[in-house]
Design a protein around this ligand. Structure first.
Ligand code: ADP
Ligand code: MG
Length: 335
């Protein structure tokens, strides 16, 4: 069985050859303190974030785009592979997507974790490349394609041509930072303490980066949140408006756009000309933030597109590699 894995900071997806996407769960592991085995993994473990008793911790093993907890990461991969592809898995080959900024030590750790999860052979593919393939960009052609993958922990900006990454930026700003910006805003402006789950709910419900023409309804919307008053420590609810949330998100959104501009500046002129003509492709969960495409287009003067199913692009890109294993083998062996 051949498997493609998108080991994301927020979500892990698995693709099984001939089957398509077979698993899509949050990258979270609930561990007992000092223990070595997971109490819960994935969806079940995400429910426990912010609600665990002292002796149990909900770990996100890839929090900032790098593996911050090797044991938990390994446990997570093992659990997901077993769950998605039950039974015996002889001669399993895995294609694992890794952020373009990972160090050789981290690469080895990921390969090791995949081997412990039963892989006989492990191939690593850089996330922006997988995202571009999954979004349907013509990566093999002699033409510059720009992909911006906005995940939970990181944003990866890359220009690809002839099957390789020509220039890229990886910044530690993604969905988590947007959530944190909302938490900070609510604490400063409303003296209310809220959890990260609540902040993410706000973002996904009424978050935006720019007023969206034709969606006047979004401008009118409010979202009720519950938290704890900073001063008196008592529970309190209040309503946030679309406008407030947009202001809160301004700074991290601007830094994502700044990274896109820097990448364009560093890009050889022929290729930036191609990007100018064909546009920028957004992938990853952050691509779903309403108005981000319009704001980026206005800031760069380049058309911006949101991929179909942006959350699936990376795993679909790895899936394309997985489906092509045999073709690759045939070429190699001349059969
Ligand atoms: P990763 O590859 O790092 O696991 P994903 O591509 O799976 O990340 O994206 C997860 C991020 O996308 C999370 O921060 C999540 O809050 C964010 N996200 C999901 N849906 C939306 C939405 N509708 N609007 C804004 N952000 C969203
Ligand atoms: Mg991702």
């Amino acid at each position: 069985m051949d498997i493609g894995i998108d080991l994301g900071t927020a979500n892990t997806l698995l693709y099984a050859r001939g089957q398509g996407i077979v698993l899509n769960e949050p990258s979270v592991v609930a561990m007992k303190e000092g223990g070595r085995t997971a109490l819960a993994v994935g969806t079940e473990a995400k429910e426990t974030i912010g609600r665990t008793p002292g002796s149990i911790t909900a770990i996100r093993p890839l929090r900032d785009g790098v593996i911050s907890d090797y044991e938990a990461a390994e446990e997570m991969i093992r659990h997901f592979v077993k769950k998605a592809v039950p039974g015996r898995r002889p001669r399993t080959r895995m294609v694992v997507c890794v952020p373009s900024g990972v160090t050789p030590v981290e690469r080895r750790a990921i390969v090791h974790a995949a081997q412990r999860a039963g892989a006989k052979a492990v191939h690593l593919i850089e996330e922006p490349m997988a995202a571009a393939i999954g979004a349907g960009l013509p990566v093999a052609e002699p033409r510059g394609s720009m992909v911006v993958d906005i995940g939970g922990g990181t944003t990866e900006v890359a220009v690809i041509s002839l099957g390789g990454i020509v220039t890229s930026q990886s910044l530690r700003v993604g969905g988590d930072r947007l959530d944190a910006a909302i938490t900070d805003y609510v604490r400063k402006e409303h003296s209310l303490l809220i959890g990260e789950r609540t902040a993410e709910d706000v973002k996904c419900a009424i978050g935006s980066a720019w007023p969206v023409p034709g969606d006047e309804e979004l401008e009118e919307r409010t979202f009720r949140i519950r938290g704890r008053e900073k001063v008196r420590g008592l529970p309190k609810t209040l309503s946030l408006t679309t406008r407030e949330v947009r202001a809160a998100l301004d700074e991290p959104v601007e830094s994502i756009i700044a990274a896109v501009k820097v990448t364009l500046e560093e890009c050889p002129p022929e290729l930036s000309g191609d990007v100018m003509e064909h546009g920028i492709m957004l992938t990853g969960g952050g691509a779903l933030l309403p108005g981000l495409d319009l704001r980026m287009a206005s800031a760069t003067g380049i058309p911006v597109f949101v991929a179909d199913d942006p959350l699936d692009c990376v795993v679909l890109g790895s899936g394309r590699c997985v489906e092509d294993f045999d073709g690759l083998q045939r070429v190699l062996t001349g059969a």
